[in-house]
Design a protein around this ligand. Structure first.
Ligand code: PHE
Length: 488
């Protein structure tokens, strides 16, 4: 008997939990701001409707139809295609390897926020006190103990959640989904009532319609939608495989996608009101204080927290708690992708598969917990996220669109769903999504070859970037050739 969610909403909660993560809080606001502000919402919605939601339907439908982990769902499409599922599975494993370390940073910051440990120099604190960073990726140095502690803590917590399967995930996401939303709303209310907040929002949302003529803006919109919805990573396939085979597909796809999008917008309001305040207090212009990614979460926002007139400690605790609760359900969804695949392939018990995956994640995390760890994290993240997602997504849509057949697929999802999909879905899956993803891939490739990423020496990019991206693909094909436990 396949393991099941405890109740109907559990799937939606778990899927939203995976989708809503660091991408909403530290990526969306910046991407939106730097690609036309309010006008960016247009390409963003177009990307959501032409690519995000159709692909979400595809993944949920496939998981439900096949009732298996990602590799065996694709094997169900055709015997030759098992590797198509292993590819995102290995990508997910690589990502968990560093996601847990980012969580370790959050644990450290949560601890330090009780005393506002970063003081006036948040940047120095981040690099020297927390990361104890070395000269470059060639100088790995030794393990940084507080990071290691956070890493172990994260891996243990995720192991404890995943080893009881969807049943326990159902209970956990009842907390880890609403909690960060509540926390972010609290931060937003505080942010909006600070002086200067409106200047921040003005920068965030003033529409620049000329941005819509730049192709880069559209590529950005599609990749943001992709990453934010946890697509092409096997997550939605596996999560849907724990639903009854005949439960709704399309309605769920809409709910999950729109919820994720709404929360991104909320995060933007929060972040930009705080940045507006920061600019107001320091006398800087808003564009000079905006940042994204780790810089935003661990340097800019801590700096702003330091400047708050009252209750700054509380604000800090709430912010880092929000980051942790955002990250955790995204991280364990990646672990579940691997656990489910291991169980199917080698007939392992859930307990054993979870143990193995958690230990692998921990082992990979060791590299990123060293003095040189952040450099490696940056390189691996850049390549895996750009190429991995777009490439894996492209193969998915091509297979369903041109090999399996969109008509056949719709015959399965339409009768069981409330909202019926029509011709638009076929057009998206067969033409629009492949063209967009293909174009983005070529674009990434050209950019990458023209300007080597970061200031890293080439050998490290070859190893951690290109090498890693290739290794993942080769490993996927290799594993698919091995004998499987109960699949003929
Ligand atoms: N969707 C997550 C976010 O927005 C990231 C993620 C991608 C998580 C893929 C799991 C799988 O942060």
């Amino acid at each position: 008997m396949r393991e099941r969610w405890l109740n109907r909403p559990a799937f939606v909660f778990a899927a939203v939990g995976s989708a809503v993560g660091l991408g909403n809080l530290w990526r969306f606001p910046y991407v939106c701001y730097s690609n036309g502000g309010g006008a960016f919402l247009i390409p963003y919605f177009v990307a959501l409707l032409t690519c995000g939601i159709p692909l979400m339907m595809l993944e949920i439908g496939l998981g439900q139809m096949m009732q298996s982990s990602a590799p065996f769902s694709w094997r169900g499409v055709g015997k030759r295609w098992e590797w198509v599922g292993w590819w995102p599975t290995w990508i997910a494993l690589i990502i968990v390897g560093y996601y847990t370390v980012i969580m370790a940073w959050c644990w450290n910051y949560l601890y330090h926020s009780f005393s506002l440990g970063w003081g006036k120099d948040a940047q120095g604190f981040f690099y020297h006190d927390v990361l104890r960073v070395s000269e470059g990726p060639g100088d790995v140095g030794g393990l940084v103990w507080p990071l290691l502690a956070g890493l172990i803590l994260s891996c243990i917590i995720m192991g404890l959640i995943i080893y009881r399967g969807p049943e326990r995930i159902s209970k956990v996401v009842l907390w880890t989904v609403p909690l960060p939303i509540i926390l972010i709303t609290i931060l937003m209310v505080r942010g909006l009532t600070l002086p200067g907040a409106m200047d921040g929002l003005e920068f965030y949302l003033t529409p620049d319609f000329s941005a819509l003529t730049r192709s880069q803006v559209w590529v950005q919109a599609y990749s943001q939608v992709f990453f934010s919805l946890s697509l092409a990573m096997g997550v939605m396939i596996v999560y849907a495989s724990h639903k009854p085979r005949n439960s709704d597909v399309t309605g769920n796809a809409f709910i999950v996608s729109l919820a994720d999008c709404g929360i991104s917008f909320l995060c933007g309001l929060t972040i930009f009101s705080i940045l507006g305040y920061m600019a107001h207090t320091t006398g800087a212009a808003v564009p000079d204080v905006v940042s994204s990614g780790i810089g935003l979460a661990f340097i800019t926002i801590p700096t702003a927290i330091e400047l708050l007139p009252t209750l700054s400690t509380l604000f800090g605790v709430v912010f880092f708690l929000a980051l942790l609760t955002l990250a955790i359900d995204s991280a364990f969804s990646l672990i579940e992708v691997n656990t489910a695949a291991f169980m199917d392939k080698w007939g392992l018990t859930r307990r054993r598969a979870t143990g193995m995956v958690s230990i692998i994640a921990l082992a990979m995390g060791l590299l990123y917990s060293t003095n040189g760890g952040i450099y490696w994290l940056d390189i691996v993240d850049h390549f895996i996220n750009n190429f991995g997602l777009a490439a894996a997504g492209l193969v998915e849509v091509l297979l369903i669109g041109w090999f399996f057949g969109t008509k056949r697929f719709k015959k399965f999802i339409n009768p069981i769903s409330d909202i019926k999909t029509g011709l638009w879905w076929d057009v998206m899956i067969k033409f629009v999504t492949p063209v967009v993803l293909g174009y983005s891939l070529i674009r990434y490739f050209i950019d990458e070859v023209e300007v080597a990423y970061g200031d890293y020496p080439l050998k490290f990019l070859l190893l951690g970037g290109w090498g890693m991206a290739l290794l993942v693909l080769v490993a996927a094909i290799a594993v698919s050739k091995l004998k499987s436990h109960h699949h003929p």
